[in-house]
Design a protein around this ligand. Structure first.
Ligand code: ADP
Length: 227
């Protein structure tokens, strides 16, 4: 039986800019089950980042109910939101967001430093993750000594090292050439086959085809297509 991990019910987000008001998400409903690989596909300005910020507990909706792993997160204050975000979500960004002075191993280890894990365990786990993404021979390379695709693999290892419930990727192939992007999608397929729940935001129709569900976002509304 499918187990629900995320449920959005009538989520609305309105921004106020002086006198102006803009409703960017308009009564959105979205359900994600454990093990889903969902692409949120839409053009620039359609509300993808706004939706991602709410899914990833970086922002709260103006109205509506959002349940993530049995927590009702729409009403939480920033401290509680941050604690749920750290536990449940692993972020992958278009521009990788690695720390340039740290090598691959240290970048992946960092979230475990924040969690206060003992060094030996941290190093072991970070190494395992880098092996998993195919970078066992690049542990001591700094980001500028890695290709774009390799940097994104490090970022994926970093997102996964804490064992998040959801991998949330914002345009993960946006800074990569087509071939490298396909390789990153192959890695996502492997993670999905292992049961990982993935939500990927993209404007790229071809990249979205890699997901097992495609949800279109347009003018602040969602519609799902059958893949
Ligand atoms: P996408 O990621 O699909 O390009 P966004 O979610 O970034 O779309 O933006 C959707 C709309 O919301 C845009 O018109 C943008 O100007 C507006 N918007 C996003 N964030 C804010 C904000 N913090 N304040 C005001 N308007 C915003």
């Amino acid at each position: 039986m499918n187990r629900q991990i995320l449920k959005m019910d009538q989520i609305t987000k309105t921004f106020h800019m002086g006198e102006e008001e803009q409703t960017v998400l308009n009564h959105i409903n979205l359900t994600v089950n454990i093990g889903d690989f969902v692409a949120i596909l839409g053009p620039s300005g359609s509300g993808k980042t706004t939706l991602m910020n709410i899914v990833g507990c970086l922002d709260t909706p103006t109205s509506g109910q959002y349940i993530l792993s049995n927590h009702q997160v729409d009403t939480l204050d920033e401290a509680k939101l941050a604690s749920i975000r750290n536990k449940e979500i692993g972020f992958v960004f278009q521009q990788f967001q690695l720390l340039p002075r740290l090598n691959a191993w240290q970048n992946v280890e960092l979230p475990l430093v924040y969690r206060g894990l003992p060094e030996k365990l941290r190093k072991e786990r970070a190494k395992e993750m880098l092996q998993k993404v195919g970078l066992a021979d690049k542990l001591r390379n700094r980001p500028n000594q890695l290709s774009g695709g390799q940097q994104q693999r490090v970022a994926i290892a970093r997102a996964m090292v804490t064992g998040p419930t959801i991998l949330l990727a914002d345009e993960p192939t946006g800074a990569l050439d087509q071939k490298t992007g396909q390789q990153i999608m192959k890695l996502f397929h492997e993670l999905h086959n292992e049961g990982k729940t993935i939500i990927m935001i993209t404007h790229d129709k071809e990249i979205a085809q890699h997901a097992s569900r495609i949800v279109h976002i347009l003018d602040g509304q969602l519609s799902e297509e059958c893949v």
